[in-house]
Design a protein around this ligand. Structure first.
Ligand SMILES: Cc1cc2nc3c(=O)[nH]c(=O)nc-3n(C[C@H](O)[C@H](O)[C@H](O)COP(=O)(O)OP(=O)(O)OC[C@H]3O[C@@H](n4cnc5c(N)ncnc54)[C@H](O)[C@@H]3O)c2cc1C
Length: 296
């Protein structure tokens, strides 16, 4: 249920109505009360400005802000979840679904900017998480791995093109490759935590081998708890005992595990450029409308 006290944060209820009432009262009771009225108006405006300043988001679209690293968890041989502190303990990094942040390190005098899609959700207060796949020669990921807890990293944002709206599709097909799961996970989390969103979600998650499947336990748990969500893992180089799909994401896999090319259905894709190119061709061949397929 909506907290009615939240209404006071809106200019209408927090500023305009109280000021309107005091002006009305002054007109009614006489101009000799004007100095008191002005004093009251100054107090109301200053209080609202002070609280608005305190409530401001830690993240800015234009200005780089420093965020303290508070935790890092290695979840796979080359993948780490980094947790960064927000300004306030009750603040939530409520960015639009599927959007990302820019992260900047100044290396040898040059600003190196890379993008990361937070995996924390709208209920995680006081921090945000990014999941990063490390590359042996990756400029930023190598530097990020050296950051110790208590040190800060520069971020700004959010940025992104996806305009996700609840129930914008009857069935939503998601195709992720490797660390491309991060914005896809944001979409899944948004849907399963929004009771009004009844979208059926089908995920195809492609990786090299079983050990490369990021957040598999979390994804499997979602699949077991939410009947409207299903997942198919596809491995390029599976072990002999792998019983799931293998190879690349093919036409047959899209046909078998993703929603049909109905205009009411949509497909979101995030992965390496080669995978995106191949999926673009497959979906076009299968008859999906261009505007039904979104590439992160
Ligand atoms: C919108 C968006 C969201 C993203 N979200 C995430 C996310 O949530 N998590 C995540 O892990 N990544 C994400 N990425 C990718 C991320 O932004 C970086 O590209 C990635 O972390 C690699 O950065 P890097 O500086 O370490 O590697 P780079 O230095 O940019 O190198 C990338 C790759 O190229 C190789 N390479 C570099 N230089 C050379 C060279 N001279 N010759 C040959 N190969 C070379 C590296 O070894 C590595 O394999 C996202 C990207 C975008 C565009």
């Amino acid at each position: 249920m909506e907290d009615k006290r939240e209404l006071l944060k809106q200019p209408l209820h927090g500023i305009y109505i109280p000021i309107g009432l005091i002006i009305f009262g002054t007109l009614m009771f006489g101009y000799e009360y004007l100095p008191y009225s002005i004093g009251f108006i100054v107090v109301v405006c200053s209080t609202q400005l002070f609280f608005a300043y305190k409530r401001r988001s830690s993240m800015d679209k234009v200005k780089w802000q420093d965020f303290e690293l508070v935790d890092k968890t290695i979840i796979a041989p080359m993948t780490t979840i980094y947790r960064f502190k927000l300004n306030r303990d009750d603040e939530v990094l409520d960015i639009p679904t599927g959007h990302h942040l820019a992260c900047c390190f100044t290396i040898n005098g040059k600003d190196e900017v890379r993008y990361y899609s937070p995996i924390s959700n709208q209920f995680d207060a006081g921090f945000f998480d990014i999941m990063v796949k490390h590359y042996e020669h990756g400029v930023v990921t190598k530097r990020l791995a050296q950051v110790a807890e208590g040190q800060t990293v520069k971020f700004r944002g959010p940025f992104g093109k996806l305009d996700y709206k609840p129930n914008m599709a009857k069935e939503l097909g998601l195709i992720a490759g490797g660390s491309g799961i991060t914005p896809i996970l944001q979409v899944i989390t948004k849907i399963i935590t929004s009771p009004d969103d009844t979208t059926k979600v089908k995920l195809v998650f492609a990786n090299n081998s079983e050990k490369d499947i990021l957040l598999r336990a979390e994804i499997d748990e979602i699949a077991s708890r939410y009947p409207g969500f299903s997942v198919e893992y596809v491995l390029t180089t599976p072990s002999e005992d792998w019983t799931g799909s293998s190879g690349y994401v093919t036409k047959e896999i899209v046909e078998k595990f993703l929603p049909s090319p109905d205009p009411e259905n949509k497909i979101f894709v995030c992965g390496p450029p080669e995978m995106k190119k191949s999926v673009a061709k497959i979906t076009a061949d299968l008859g999906y409308q261009k505007e039904s397929v979104f590439f992160f």
